[in-house]
Design a binder for this molecule. Structure first.
Ligand SMILES: *[C@@H]1O[C@H](CO)[C@@H](O)[C@H](O)[C@H]1NC(C)=O
Length: 288
């Protein structure tokens, strides 16, 4: 499914039976009942907001709380309540998932009502042989590799992204998350990371936006959903970040270079994002 990159038409992963980290079952939503434009009289979604998010500094209060007056569809103080998908609707005071039904109302484990903004860095290099030459696959195409981390919650490989802090620039989030999630758990042969700060800064100031929009994330609900901006940072020479010898540590903090193959399976919409990066990098490679 690559439709996410031409604008998400429907969602799948947020319609699967049980909500993550809970035993709350989603009300079944068949493909033809996802759209809010289609009547679904039998629709009785469960109301689920995880106990764990209550009172968290990154979480909104309940709707109806007299202290909570969100400015939907706007930059609300420094919380970005705008959606990349355009204006979302507010129905009975609740923001409505722009893609459609998910079988659950409430926020689940998401902190914000409406869009929850994340940023995903796709850090890439060409796979190289001992000789330094770029390694080719069976069809003589160069092999692209990207940095992936193993998620502690699902055990799936994912991009080392994370949530945008209030007031933070999205590109900054992508770099900060890469440092926090990937660099901090690096295991180097020499035992320490030796990458010049200046080189690092300039490398990460040259990201290319590859996706901005809704994410088909298993945590989405009818009233709260994930959106992301993904940036590709490509080390063509392999001399900057590409020189980092990542390898998977223990399961919780695994971080490694993964070959970007067309049949790749990653968390949420990350496969589509990596496939888009692969397409762009291969095009750029063959036009050199
Ligand atoms: C969902 O449950 C919360 C309490 O957890 C409640 O405040 C809210 O009004 C409920 N929403 C609806 C639409 O019933």
């Amino acid at each position: 499914m690559n439709i996410i990159l031409v604008g998400m038409i429907t969602h799948f992963k947020c319609r699967l039976d049980v909500y993550p980290r809970s035993s709350v079952e989603r009300f079944p939503v068949p493909d033809d009942k996802v759209s809010w434009a289609v009547d679904y009289k039998e629709y009785r979604p469960r109301n689920h907001t995880a106990q764990s998010i209550h009172g968290k500094p990154w979480a909104d209060p309940e709707i109806g709380d007299p202290e909570f007056n969100p400015n939907w569809n706007h930059l609300d103080k420094n919380v970005d309540r705008q959606s990349y998908t355009g204006q979302y609707k507010i129905v009975d005071s609740y923001p409505l998932n722009p893609i459609g039904r998910t079988g659950i109302i409430g926020r689940g484990v998401l902190g914000r009502w409406g869009p929850n903004h994340a940023a995903d860095p796709v850090v890439t290099r060409w796979k190289r042989l001992q000789s330094g030459e770029v390694e080719k696959d069976n069809s003589n195409k160069p092999i692209l590799q990207f940095v992936a981390i193993k998620r502690g919650d699902t055990g799936e490989w994912a991009l080392p992204g994370g949530m945008v802090d209030p007031g933070e620039k999205v590109t900054k989030t992508a770099v900060r998350e890469f440092r926090e999630e990937a660099m901090n758990s690096l295991v180097m042969p020499q035992g320490k990371i030796n990458i010049c700060e200046q080189k690092f800064e300039s490398f990460f100031s040259n990201g290319e936006e590859v996706y901005k929009g809704y994410v088909d994330d298993p945590r989405n609900t009818d009233n709260a959903w994930m959106e992301t901006a993904a940036y590709n940072f490509h080390d063509d020479s392999g001399h900057v970040v590409g020189a980092l010898n990542l390898h998977a540590g223990d399961d919780a903090v695994g971080v490694t270079w993964v070959d970007a193959t067309p049949d790749l399976q990653l968390y949420a919409s990350h496969s589509s994002i990596v496939k888009e990066v692969l397409k762009r990098r291969l095009n750029a490679f063959s036009s050199v």
